[in-house]
Design a protein around this ligand. Structure first.
Ligand code: CU
Length: 392
């Protein structure tokens, strides 16, 4: 993604040209009205300054009917022109197409993410996405809302010249039809708190065939390789968790990072943290920021399952075949010593040496030359060590 927003340089919706026309007519008429008042005002103030005007001249001034008619009627006409273009372009935006000839997508805006729910496809599958996918040349109706315990947001697509408030407890509607294939930014245009400036999403306008193929499939995104993501990851994404919690870095966004969270807390704690977040707030964070999520138990289990499987260290541990020689969850000695509770016994420097230069300090009862030295980037070694230290 470039640093600039995909916005005003493209007119990507059918009504964008109407909105632009209304804008430019507004702009130029405003300039004309401004100049036609301010320029004569300055000129006359100078021309009729105090030492140039005699009191007896002022007494004779009456009026000029044609001038007065002109400066009343011409600006009035111009203001009607403004009204005409403002009203007619607004009418286009506010007149919804028939739902039977449109794709109706439900949009939820919440602190601080967007998600989209599609109608069920032929097989009954309902797509829930974090970005909006629509076919070209198709009327799309967005029915938008925010959760009751949330705040005002506004769904804004600069490239479409389209903006509509998203209000808790109310359904607002907006439609569009895009003729230009491309990807456009969605922004929240209502200041809504800490992560407002990160409340972005995308609209992807794609060819009809590509859309249809995706819509009737269970793929997460059009053109995506048919990689199955876990139900938990899907729920994690569609519920907007990533808007406030990083799961693959240690970055603290609004809430704590969830990297390796599965290894640090048990399922009971994690469940509470989702359904009743204020019960036990981690140090440095404030109650009342994260809303309680009401999700079916099965979904919560899936999300927790996902947490348990997103441990980079665990992945590396497994991918490098460590488990082939070292047990991490039992005291069993396989080829090498068990690593159960190793974090409590050895410090990180020792563990790093043990991975990179295993023969440097071979524990009693084991033989040098059995474990090969592993050449891994420092970051990966740290991840594996972190996993060893946190493994229960
Ligand atoms: Cu917002």
């Amino acid at each position: 993604m470039s640093n600039t927003l995909e916005g005003f340089n493209s007119q990507a919706a059918t009504f964008a040209a109407d909105v632009d026309q209304a804008f430019w007519i507004n702009f130029w008429i405003s300039i004309i009205l401004f100049l036609s008042v301010v320029v004569p005002m300055i000129y006359f103030a100078w021309k009729y300054r105090a030492d140039k005007v005699k009191n007896e001249d002022i007494c004779k001034v009456t009026h000029n009917t044609s001038l007065e008619l002109a400066w009343t009627l011409i600006p009035t006409a111009m203001l009607f022109v403004l009204f005409y273009y403002g009203y007619s372009s607004m009418k286009i935006l506010r007149t919804m197409p028939a739902e039977s000839q449109s794709i109706v997508v439900h949009v939820e805006g919440k602190k601080w993410s967007w998600n989209y729910t599609y109608p069920a496809n032929k097989s009954g599958y309902i797509h829930k996405t974090a970005e909006l996918y629509v076919p070209k040349d198709q009327n799309i109706i967005l029915k938008m809302t925010a959760p009751l315990n949330d705040v005002l947001h506004a769904f804004y697509v600069p490239a479409f010249r389209m903006k509509e408030d998203v209000v808790p407890g109310r359904i607002t509607k907006q439609w569009f039809n895009s003729e230009v294939i491309g990807t456009y930014d969605v922004e929240c245009a209502e200041y809504c708190g800490t992560r407002h400036s990160y409340m972005y999403s995308k609209v992807h306008v794609i060819p009809r065939a590509e859309y249809d193929e995706w819509f009737e499939s269970k793929k997460r995104t059009p053109g995506a390789p048919d990689v199955k993501i876990s139900k938990g990851q899907e729920l994690y994404e569609s519920n907007g968790c990533a808007g406030c919690h990083s799961i693959d870095t240690d970055a603290v966004l609004v809430g704590p990072s969830l990297k390796g969270i599965g290894a640090k807390y048990d399922a009971g704690y994690l469940k509470d943290a989702i359904v009743n977040p204020d019960k036990d707030i981690p140090e440095g964070f404030t109650a009342g920021v994260m809303p309680p999520f009401t999700l079916p138990d099965a979904d919560i289990d899936e999300i927790i399952n996902y947490f348990n499987n997103t441990d980079k260290g665990k992945e590396l541990y497994e991918a490098n075949g460590c488990a082939g020689c070292h047990s991490i969850d039992s005291d069993a000695i396989l080829v090498g010593p068990s690593l159960k509770g190793i974090g409590g016994k050895r410090d990180a420097a020792y563990l790093k040496d043990a991975i990179l230069h295993p023969d440097k300090d071979v524990p009693e009862g084991f033989t040098a030359g059995v474990m090969p030295p592993f050449t891994l980037p420092d970051a990966d070694v740290s991840e594996i060590i972190r996993y060893m230290q946190s493994a229960k």
